[in-house]
Design a protein around this ligand. Sequence first.
Ligand code: APR
Length: 233
Amino acid sequence: MTSPRNIVILTGAGISAESGIATFRGPGGLWEGHRVEDVCTPEALADDPVLVHRFYDARRAALATVAPNAAHVALARLDAEWLGELLIVTQNVDDLHERAGAKRLLHMHGALRSALCAGCGAQETWTGDLPPGSLCAACGAAKLRPDIVFFGEMPYDMARIEQALAAADLFVSIGTSGAVYPAAGFVQGARHAGAETLELNLERSGGSGYFHETRLGAAGVLVPEWVEQMLAS
Ligand code: APR
């Protein structure tokens, strides 16, 4: 393969596991006995806003106790040094990619350090607790909610993601189980566009069969090795 010009990288909870953030479907993927799926729904937010806001307050507060790991740092280095197109699409809502220095990054499932107005749709940076009824800075309504894309809601930036996949020469998936769409389908879109596809994951995933190559191991080991390889090519 000639050196790829356009790279799209998808990351999931597995890239943050070595930073101490529990994945969703692995051991420890529960919060106070709640499966994440039971808390990340519009219905849960409507039925029990205090519980859902408290869940995200706890995860937002926990960000202060974790740091980017070698995989986040390696991706940020690739982002800084790669001369072609590059886009990191993360499913994660933590801020570890940003804290490692990534710039060409988007959060398709939202972000813990952001609040969304259910009234006017404005987003604002939010770092502390977000009690139900918090006021929106843009419209003043008491309708701020966690800026998390819940199950059944449309992920962010899908048009930009599809455009990047259509132009990709290389699609790399890191630390995701391939359990949730539309992210789980990105590999097929990339292949259809003629891209090489590579999976870096601790274990085989639901999507492994779609990748040209799968490397099994910890992201903290595989990602720096892969970035070295890319920058040397
Ligand atoms: N290095 C690499 N991969 C790892 C590591 C590690 N250290 N630890 C775990 N993994 C892998 C697991 O093998 C698994 O395949 O990361 C994947 C994590 O899968 P999930 O827990 O399902 O997380 P993710 O794929 O990001 O979930 C997707 O589901 O709950 C929703 O919106 C939520 O964004 C999330 C989406």
